[in-house]
Design a protein around this ligand. Structure first.
Ligand code: HEC
Ligand code: HEC
Ligand code: HEC
Ligand code: HEC
Ligand code: HEC
Ligand code: HEC
Length: 417
């Protein structure tokens, strides 16, 4: 692609929705020249890519400088669009990598300390952008995957090998010599993704690697199952984005994340239970919990995207019926649904340390009915942020969604507050 064509393509893609004719990956390998250039690749790069490295190539479309509203497949905000006091803009389930660029300085008990941006999630290496390898973790905590090698392509297969067949079985043509599987007709990620007919397939959720893929030096064993609503990047001030995560056999989110973080998963290793059934007690807490002190909720309205769980099923029509961006399905968990890594963490990055979905650095998330900010009366809990920045990290929810003295969301499952 030459520069003019990329600009034209960017204009078209900004209108693209899932399954539309303007889609790019369409659940599998996209137009080769969107990422590779046969005769004028990026100088100094590899694999004839149009960017210096894989992640720079991805971000040439997935991060659009000057894009000032949450929209579609954009998952990173450029530095120029989030100066001091401004937050990253995108609100996807995975989260905006721009949080990695936001450091906050604060005074705690008279000592000045900094919460560094790099603690906010997965530091992807993208030389054409500001994103650099994590200076703290040399490898994945609990594993050996080198941080210097971490990029979009570590988790997503740019060529989209994993597919879901009409039978519901998953296959990976690229990494399975001798395979003879159906072609991909489109994305399989959405509540409106077509069901593949016999002889057809759709892409795996988010083109994530799986099924024996060892190309990254680690072995992804099963697949990660979920369905997102077809519109999934929006302010959650009114309506939440509910991704319906699934779990079936070895196809669990814990196993998927444990590809690179085996020590954060293994049982008997003193880690929080993962992929474990909630049991009646925890499911009942989740369904009753409204906010600190208020356990009057009901199972039909208890879901919050700040504490998602995995449904104990891999059935795609079921998950498609539960994925929504309009609050049309807000049911909480049953006792066989599961706690997973993504119950507490976002996959890309968040406004909080360790890519957590809520702030764990302090006992109060909300204080005196305020989102803590250096600009208000709750400043002792602000951690160097303005109140609007705190609110952005909760995807713009009104502060009234919580108690006036709201404690951490571990309580959604444990009700200890
Ligand atoms: C979404 C971006 C993207 C698209 C579209 C894409 N590639 Fe790639 N390709 C990559 C990346 C990134 C690499 C670097 C290796 C890796 O990370 O898997 C790569 C590596 C390769 C390689 C060398 C390494 C290997 O895996 O064999 C070949 C050959 C290749 N691509 C062919 C193709 C062809 C043919 C098409 C179109 C049918 C295509 N690619 C479409 C991103 C893409
Ligand atoms: C030429 C622009 C372009 C490039 C380069 C690009 N993408 Fe995309 N990407 C899109 C568009 C447009 C969509 C939404 C439509 C679609 O899924 O086809 C999208 C969607 C996606 C999705 C969601 C797909 C689904 O079915 O759920 C993932 C994941 C993704 N991209 C990852 C990547 C990765 C990883 C790379 C780099 C290896 C990359 N993209 C490179 C334009 C691009
Ligand atoms: C550590 C693994 C990992 C890395 C690295 C990663 N992703 Fe993702 N990505 C995921 C997972 C898991 C999801 C699904 C999140 C969910 O639904 O909760 C996802 C979701 C997405 C989506 C759908 C929107 C969203 O945020 O939910 C896009 C687009 C995407 N990724 C693109 C990228 C691009 C581009 C890069 C590199 C700049 C990248 N990803 C790096 C794991 C990763
Ligand atoms: C392809 C390998 C890979 C996969 C898959 C992967 N991670 Fe990571 N993860 C890493 C690496 C490498 C680091 C260290 C670099 C960093 O912190 O940016 C890391 C760091 C982290 C951190 C610490 C972040 C910080 O800033 O200190 C958390 C939390 C995390 N991963 C959670 C997850 C979750 C949850 C999943 C599954 C959705 C997952 N990871 C999947 C490679 C991976
Ligand atoms: C119940 C919530 C919860 C679940 C479930 C959870 N984590 Fe965490 N994780 C945390 C918290 C809180 C931290 C912050 C520090 C701490 O308490 O260890 C953290 C820290 C981390 C770190 C950084 C550790 C370090 O040494 O820097 C990684 C990596 C990580 N988690 C990965 C995972 C993976 C992978 C899974 C699933 C296999 C997972 N977590 C499941 C809450 C959770
Ligand atoms: C999505 C629901 C969920 C969330 C959110 C959650 N937990 Fe849990 N937690 C569980 C389940 C399920 C168990 C296992 C059953 C039990 O012990 O009640 C558990 C067990 C525990 C245990 C007992 C472990 C043991 O070995 O006995 C502790 C302590 C704990 N959680 C702390 C936390 C903390 C701290 C957080 C917030 C960072 C958190 N949990 C968030 C579901 C959750």
């Amino acid at each position: 692609m030459n520069a003019t064509k990329i600009l034209a393509a960017a204009a078209i893609f900004s209108l693209a929705t899932a399954g539309s004719p303007q889609a790019f990956h369409s659940g599998g390998v996209a137009e080769c020249t969107g990422c590779h250039s046969m005769h004028s690749p990026k100088a100094g790069g590899s694999y004839l890519l149009i960017g210096t490295d894989p992640s720079s190539t991805c971000l040439s479309c997935h991060m659009v400088p000057g894009n000032l509203t949450p929209s579609s497949y954009h998952i990173a905000t450029a530095d120029a669009d989030m100066g001091a006091g401004k937050s990253p803009i995108q609100r996807t389930p995975g989260g905006d990598f721009g949080w990695l660029r936001k450091s906050y300085t604060m005074t705690i008990r008279s000592v000045t300390s900094t919460e560094y941006g790099q603690t906010h999630g997965h530091n992807i290496v993208a030389a054409d952008t500001p994103f650099v390898a994590d200076p703290d973790n040399v490898t994945a905590p609990g594993g050996t995957f080198a941080s210097a090698n971490l990029g979009c392509e570590s988790c997503h297969d740019p060529h989209g090998g994993v597919r879901r067949l009409s039978t519901g079985v998953y296959a990976n043509v690229i990494h399975t010599p001798g395979a003879n599987n159906a072609p991909v007709i489109g994305s399989g990620s959405y509540n409106n993704s077509a069901a593949p007919a016999a002889g057809q397939a759709v892409g795996a959720y988010r083109l994530l690697r799986g099924l024996g893929d060892s190309s990254q030096g680690v072995v992804f064993s099963g697949v990660a199952i979920a369905i997102a609503p077809s519109t999934y990047n929006q302010s959650e001030a009114t309506n939440q984005v509910r991704v319906a995560y699934g779990a079936s056999g070895i196809n669990t989110w814990g196993n998927w994340c444990a590809t690179c973080h085996p020590g954060m998963h293994s049982s008997g290793n003193y880690v929080h239970p993962i992929d474990q059934s909630l049991s009646d007690a925890v499911a009942n807490n989740y369904n009753a919990y409204v906010k600190s002190g208020d356990l009057t909720g009901s199972a039909s309205t208890s879901f919050t995207s700040l504490v998602p769980f995995a449904e104990n099923t891999g059935d795609i029509p079921t998950l498609q019926a539960h994925a929504t961006n309009t609050n049309s399905y807000r049911n909480g968990p049953g006792s066989s649904d599961k706690v997973m890594c993504l119950s507490c963490h976002r996959a890309h990055a968040s406004g909080w340390p360790e890519a957590l979905r809520w702030n764990m650095e302090g006992e109060f998330m909300i204080y005196q009915g305020l989102y803590p900010g250096t600009d208000n009366a709750a400043s002792s809990y602000a951690r160097g942020r303005l109140a609007v920045e705190t609110q952005a990290a909760y995807y713009d929810r009104p502060v009234t969604a919580f108690a006036t003295y709201q404690r951490v969301l571990c309580n959604k499952c444990h009700a200890k507050d």
